[in-house]
Ligand binder design. Structure first.
Ligand code: NIG
Length: 412
């Protein structure tokens, strides 16, 4: 008998491949999927398998009619931080706005204090604990930003923690340097000097370290101006780093169009993005990353222009934005529900937003859909139909996760 070609084979699964142009969810029912090494080797209908399962693979898993999707991708998080901001939450519930808290020296700057004080190992331990919930929900790739260090060594410390998370846990970590997240207190009244530091010292150090996969910035009335953002992106681009931007969250500063002008991977938030900016994003394929958790938690009434993104063909991704200030969110599945109810995405768009389009927002062309040659990042769900992933609130139907070809856990 010939030796099996594949390392593992999943039989009796329904695949939501999320392949574009392959019908709703790219679904293939009554299907099988084969893994060789860290790649998907084959997928199709059971009837088209080229032999009996046991002869084809060393290990055969029976999916028992469950749905399999690409492993989920959370493309915008601030997972690494010190402390929390529960007290600020109470202040906001008492009437203070996010901007007022920030201008009074709270907000991001208070997390900067706690993050600077924490050791690398302490940050790793708290981030690892937060990561656990995402892994249980089928997340196989997660983006992690710096941005609470705001000094060269403290920013590098955050990025090292993010990379270490990917070493110690079975998840791929994409990192973004976010030195232009807020003005650190020691630069009060000297914003230009801080931007000089970001451009002249931090960006070259970050690029040389290899610790960042992209450069992010917060272009906002309470953060950095479009001109400052342009300076930072010009240096980042010269250093060979792709860019992405926190844009138009609290006001329309033309941030999304600015990002698109740099061929940004994504522009994120986008509640106040104008029609002109939407059009600007379409050309370079800049992904609109929507963050319903922040919209909910800050009680924002302005909704991102979803219909305009659809009409212009701008890809839409969804992310948790896990952070202590605007989105203490530890569930990506909950974001599917919120994207559907708050932003009126269809459940299929929401699932594409945490698979195919989230991969695009990270510039990762080898994941986010189920197809031969793609990374074998898979999630198996105890659901009758894919829409349930956006439907249930507080239920985790994930039953198995394969990360880079390795079956990593089978949550109860
Ligand atoms: O994406 N908007 C800026 N950054 C975060 C908030 C960070 C914080 O408040 O600590 C966000 O919402």
């Amino acid at each position: 008998m010939p030796s099996p070609t594949w390392d593992s084979l999943w039989v009796n699964v329904n695949l939501a491949s999320m392949a574009p142009g392959a019908g709703p969810y790219g679904a293939i029912t009554g299907a099988a999927l084969a893994v060789a090494g860290d790649r998907i080797a084959w997928l199709g209908r059971m009837a088209d398998l080229p032999g009996a399962p046991a002869t084809l693979a060393r290990v055969v898993h029976d999916g028992a009619g469950r749905w399999m999707t690409p492993g989920l991708i959370d493309c915008h998080t601030h997972l690494v931080f010190g402390g929390d901001r529960a007290r600020e939450f109470e202040l906001r519930l008492g009437g203070a706005s996010y901007e007022e808290v920030a201008r009074a020296g709270g907000g991001i700057v208070s997390t900067v204090r706690a993050t600077r004080e924490a050791s690398e190992d302490e940050l790793l331990a708290t981030a690892r604990a937060r990561l656990a919930g995402f892994l249980r929900e089928g997340v196989t790739t997660i983006e992690v930003k710096s941005g609470y260090g705001l000094a060269t060594e403290a920013e590098l410390k955050m990025l090292r923690v993010a990379r270490r998370l990917g070493d110690i846990r079975p998840v791929a970590v994409a990192t973004s340097f976010l030195g232009a997240h807020a003005l650190p207190p020691e630069f009060a009244g000297r914003q230009g000097a801080y931007v000089d530091l970001v451009c002249d010292e931090m960006l070259p150090a970050v690029a040389a370290s290899g610790l960042a996969d992209a450069v992010d910035a917060f272009c906002e009335t309470i953060a950095f101006t479009p001109e400052e953002t342009t300076r930072i992106f010009t240096v980042a681009t010269r250093l060979g780093l792709r860019v992405k931007l926190h844009a138009d969250q609290l006001a329309d500063l033309g941030g999304a169009a600015l990002a698109a002008g740099f061929g940004a991977l994504s522009a994120d938030h986008l509640e106040y993005t104008s029609a002109a900016s939407v059009r600007a994003m379409a050309g370079p394929g800049t992904v609109a990353v929507l963050l319903p958790g922040a919209n909910y938690f800050l009680r924002e009434r302005q909704m991102p222009p979803v219909a305009a993104f659809r009409e212009a063909g701008v890809p839409i991704a969804i992310a948790s934005n896990c952070n202590p200030g605007s989105a203490p969110v530890l569930s990506l599945l909950l974001m599917l529900s919120m994207a559907a109810t708050l932003f009126r995405l269809t459940p299929e768009e929401a699932l594409a937003g945490v698979t195919r389009e989230a991969a695009r927002a990270l510039g990762l062309a080898d994941r986010g859909i189920l197809a031969p040659g793609m990374r074998a990042d898979l999630a198996l769900w105890d659901i009758e139909e894919p829409a349930e992933l956006a439907y249930w609130i507080g239920r985790n139907p994930c039953r198995a996760v394969v990360s880079g070809g390795v079956l990593r856990e089978t949550p109860a």
